[in-house]
Design a protein around this ligand. Sequence first.
Ligand SMILES: [Zn+2]
Ligand SMILES: [Zn+2]
Length: 290
Amino acid sequence: MSDQPQPPPSPERPIRPPRAETREVVELRELKTAQPDLASAVDLQIALADIQRRLQSRVPLPWISADEAWLQQQEKAGRALVRFGDIPIEWSDFRLAFRQNADVLLRFDALEAADHQAIVALAREGNALEPIVEQWYNATSGTGAKRPEGVPASLDHVLVLALRPFLARCAEVLRARTTLTVSHDVCPFCGWEPDFAVITPAAERHLICGRCWAQWPFASLTCPFCKNDDRARITSFATRDGRYRVYGCDVCQRYLKAYDGRRAPRPVMVAVDTIATLPLDAAAMQRGYK
Ligand SMILES: [Zn+2]
Ligand SMILES: [Zn+2]
C-alpha cells in the first residue's frame, strides 16, 4: 500500500459507479480465478462479449416476411428458416462490430496480422462487405450458393461473431413462431453446425448452434455430424464434477461437448461453458477425436 495521497477526481469527469457486469462476465472472471491456465481465453471471451452486448441492445426486432406455410415447409425439409433478407442488419453497426471483433482476435493472437489486414480492408472499402456477407450467409445456410472467393479462411470466424447478435434476434422470433417437427442435425434457424450442447433437467439433449446460439432438441446418443446412432459407437464421458460431458463419435471421429444441466446451479451459458471446457477439447483430441 502506498502512503501517497490520491489526487482528487477531476471535476469534468465525475466518478460513476462501474457498469454492472453481466452474469456471463462475472462467471468468466470466476473461471479465470479457478483456472488461471484459461486466463487468456477468458480475457478474449470477455472482450468479445463486450462487443456483442453493446451491439445486441441496438439490434431491432426483425420483421420476418415469410408466411407460416413456407416456414413449416422449410422446417420439414431441414432447411434454414432465416433468409438473409430477414436479418435486421444495420450496416454501420455491423461494420463497426466486424472491425472490433477482428481487432480483438488480432490482439489475442487468434487472427494472423495479414488476415486481419485483409479483413479490415473489406470493412473500409465502401460497399465491398455487404455482398460478401450475403454470399457467405447464403453459402453457409444450406441454399447451395457458392462461398465468396479470394477472402481469407479466417473471415468465417469474424463473420460468425459479427453476425451473431443480428441472427440471434431472428432465431428468437422464429423459435416462438415455429414448431420443430423433424430431427435437425444443423441449426433449424441458420443452417450452421452445432458447436455445443446442453442436457436439460428433463434429460433431453439440446444442440446449440455455433453461429446464432439457438437451441433445439436432438437424440442424446446420435452423432449430429454423421447421424451415426449406434450407441456402441458413441463414446460419452463426463468431467469429474459431472458438470460437462463429451460425446465422441467412433464413426466420423468428431466430438461434441455438453453442459449437464440436470443438477446444475445455473442454465447453460455458451460464452462461459465453451471456455470452461477447453481442457476437455484436449482430452477428446487425446482420445483421437477431432
Ligand atoms: Zn443458428
Ligand atoms: Zn459421427
